[in-house]
Design a protein around this ligand. Structure first.
Ligand SMILES: C[S@@+](CC[C@H](N)C(=O)[O-])C[C@H]1O[C@@H](n2cnc3c(N)ncnc32)[C@H](O)[C@@H]1O
Length: 356
């Protein structure tokens, strides 16, 4: 799909960094999903994928490609539509797409705003889509909405059809890449007859999740990933009423970062601080009790929990405090603490090997 910032051509390079830096895991969060290319890539590699974007277009793609695992059956709507000649053994989606490619043109939002037909009054009528294709896109878009309103298609089927439409229009749009401007002459692809194309369905049999919001909302809310890859929102208080009643110890301190070391069955909870604030960091480690009880011990009972402080800044190249796992100093030197978690030692060795 043509989409600015599409990472399609970088996927193998992204994956190769995982190998180089020894990053392992079974869940993947794509906070800027866009076309969903990145999410799909990791979904195909059996990660439980979560993804988010604040653009509705992307949400539709995410619902169809990331969250959904099943070939849509269109059981309710298929009996209602006139069968169209399709290839032998056509899937239900292919049958629906063939039908939508034959329905009558309709003048609607796209024709009105994005084709010369609806914008004749402007000094430069808009040429995002040819008049013929605008009418066809409107007809398909409205039919999908009509089926949804009549409950002839379910939510997943609805988003799958929207994803087919979103993917297809990009092959006929008279634009260079984004819809901020259109070509003033017709590109050959834009005057071809618009044909809806079925999307490919990706199935990893895992509970993938998608979100339509500013990703910062998810980060600020804080989620915990269970071993099954489910994201559960973190509670703010161990006892909300007691906290509201004045017992400030009932707030749950959440580590800045939680790392899972699968190889050594360890979980590392991390407080990040500037070097000069290291004592405050060490103090904060003591407050992770509720977090450990509620999440780590519950969902990862066989793992050893390590708490550590990670620092940056200063000219120091030695760490004395045992609670400190790592320091990145102002000279760029990486210093491991006396009891640094094994995962840190391994990651730094891998990094140095890579640089050398
Ligand atoms: C470069 S594009 C998409 C890249 C994507 N990896 C791909 O291959 O298609 C960046 C995406 O981030 C989304 N985005 C930007 N800021 C965001 C935010 N604060 N929360 C959620 N999505 C955001 C945009 O809507 C856009 O779809």
């Amino acid at each position: 799909m043509r989409y600015i910032g599409n990472k399609e051509n970088l996927l193998e390079r992204i994956a190769s960094k995982f190998n180089k830096f020894g990053i392992h895991g079974n869940s993947f969060f794509d906070f800027f999903a866009g076309t969903t290319n990145v999410g799909r890539f990791f979904k195909e590699r059996n990660y439980t994928v979560s993804s988010c974007d604040l653009l509705y277009l992307s949400y539709c793609l995410q619902k169809a490609y990331i969250e959904n695992n099943d070939e849509p059956q269109f059981k309710k709507v298929l009996p209602y539509i006139r069968p169209i000649n399709t290839v032998l053994c056509a899937t239900p989606l292919e049958k629906i797409v063939a039908y939508l490619n034959e329905i009558k043109d309709v003048f609607g939002f796209i024709s009105q705003n994005y084709t010369p037909l609806g914008t004749k009054h402007l000094t430069q009528p808009r040429m995002y889509f040819s008049e013929e294709n605008g009418l066809r896109i409107d007809a398909i878009r409205q039919k999908i909405e009509e089926w949804k309103n009549l409950q002839l298609i379910n939510e997943t089927e609805y988003y799958i059809l929207l994803a087919c439409l979103i993917e297809s229009v990009s092959f006929y749009a008279n634009v260079a890449g984004v819809y901020g401007a259109f070509y003033k002459k017709w590109d050959p692809r834009a005057i071809k007859r618009f044909m809806l194309r079925p999307i490919k369905i990706y199935n990893n049999n895992l509970p993938n999740e998608v979100f339509y919001t500013d990703s910062l909302n998810l980060v600020e809310k804080s989620y915990f990933t269970t071993p099954a890859g489910k994201h559960i929102p973190l509670a703010k208080y161990s006892d909300r009423d007691a906290y509201k009643g004045g017992d400030k110890s009932k707030i749950i301190s959440i580590p800045d970062l939680v790392l899972l070391d699968i190889r050594n069955s360890e979980i590392i909870t991390i407080e990040g601080k500037k070097y000069k604030n290291r004592q405050a960091g060490i103090k904060e480690l003591a407050g992770y009790e509720a977090f450990d009880n509620l999440y780590l011990e519950k969902y990862y009972p066989a793992h050893r929990i390590l708490r550590t402080v990670v620092l940056y800044g200063s000219k120091q190249d030695r760490i004395i405090e045992v609670e400190i796992g790592f320091l990145l100093n102002e000279k760029g030197k990486m210093v491991l603490g006396i009891y640094a978690p094994k995962l840190f030692t391994r990651a730094i060795h891998n990094l140095l090997d890579y640089w050398n």
